[in-house]
Design a protein around this ligand. Structure first.
Ligand SMILES: Cc1cc2nc3c(=O)[nH]c(=O)nc-3n(C[C@H](O)[C@H](O)[C@H](O)COP(=O)(O)O)c2cc1C
Length: 234
């Protein structure tokens, strides 16, 4: 089935413009790309993602939703071969980290407090061109929300990181770029090598690039529980 539609777009000025973006969704193509993707174990170390495609992947991540829109994350893109090799040693020696085109590390904010909420409110006021005064209620709800222990904030921020990760996987699949979501790593080792620690901590990583033709995992059947087992209608 092909669904055609028009989507309103808003430029940086905050003005709504019409009509701008034709949207085309082909359900079969979408599902085919999700079946095409797999957690890539062997990348072709010689193939690099072009800058324009990398830009699309990073923009997709940056556009990910987050609780209250607070974006408590940072994405670190590693291309330095020496650093990738060192990070592989902190990743259960998984070769994807060394052989990928780009290694994207998802780090969460350690501290999300009232000051950070105010920093976010400043950006809402500026990007939507509204008086900060009108955002006071929104600001207070968030200021209340972030009054938690450091442990609770860390857990919350960590969970947020899986949204840009998921969007990266989806976007990459649609662009026929390979990826491997990874939690098999030592976050403390990553923090040390990447110089994180005070402000951010490593949550997970995702090597991206192009599969090696020798990766036998590419041809394996997908293993998923049946629709009946995982989806319930009420
Ligand atoms: C959060 C997360 C962490 C993962 N960590 C690793 C990892 O460290 N190494 C790896 O090879 N695959 C890792 N995987 C990939 C899963 O094993 C894989 O997605 C799952 O077996 C389903 O297979 P598919 O993605 O190929 O369809 C991870 C997946 C997720 C979502």
């Amino acid at each position: 089935m092909i669904t055609l539609g028009l989507t309103l777009s808003r430029e940086y000025t905050g003005e709504w413009t019409w009509p701008i973006i034709p949207t085309v969704t082909d359900s079969q193509t979408l599902l085919d790309s999700l079946n095409w993707r797999y957690a890539t174990k062997h990348f072709d170390p010689h193939r690099k993602i072009p800058d324009s495609d990398l830009h699309t992947l990073l923009e997709a991540m940056r556009l990910a939703p987050s609780s209250f829109g607070l974006q408590p994350w940072k994405f670190i893109v590693v291309t330095d071969q020496d650093l990738k090799t060192k990070l592989m040693a902190e990743s259960w020696n998984q070769a994807q980290v060394r052989d990928c085109s780009h290694l994207i590390v998802f780090a969460a904010r350690r501290t999300v407090d009232v000051h950070y909420v105010d920093h976010f409110i400043d950006s809402v006021a500026q990007q939507r061109n509204v008086d900060r005064h009108h955002l006071q209620g929104y600001r207070n709800v968030m200021a209340d929300f972030v009054r938690k222990t450091a442990h609770e904030i860390g857990n919350w921020a960590e969970r947020q990181c899986y949204l840009p990760l998921a969007i990266l996987l989806q976007t990459a699949a649609q662009m026929q770029i390979d990826a491997c979501p990874m939690e098999g790593l030592d976050p403390i080792g990553y923090d040390r090598l990447l110089g994180l620690g005070a402000e951010f901590f490593t949550v997970c990583a995702c090597p991206v690039g192009y599969r090696s033709e020798h990766d036998k995992y590419a041809k394996m059947a997908k293993v998923r529980f049946s629709t009946d087992e995982v989806i319930e209608f009420r």
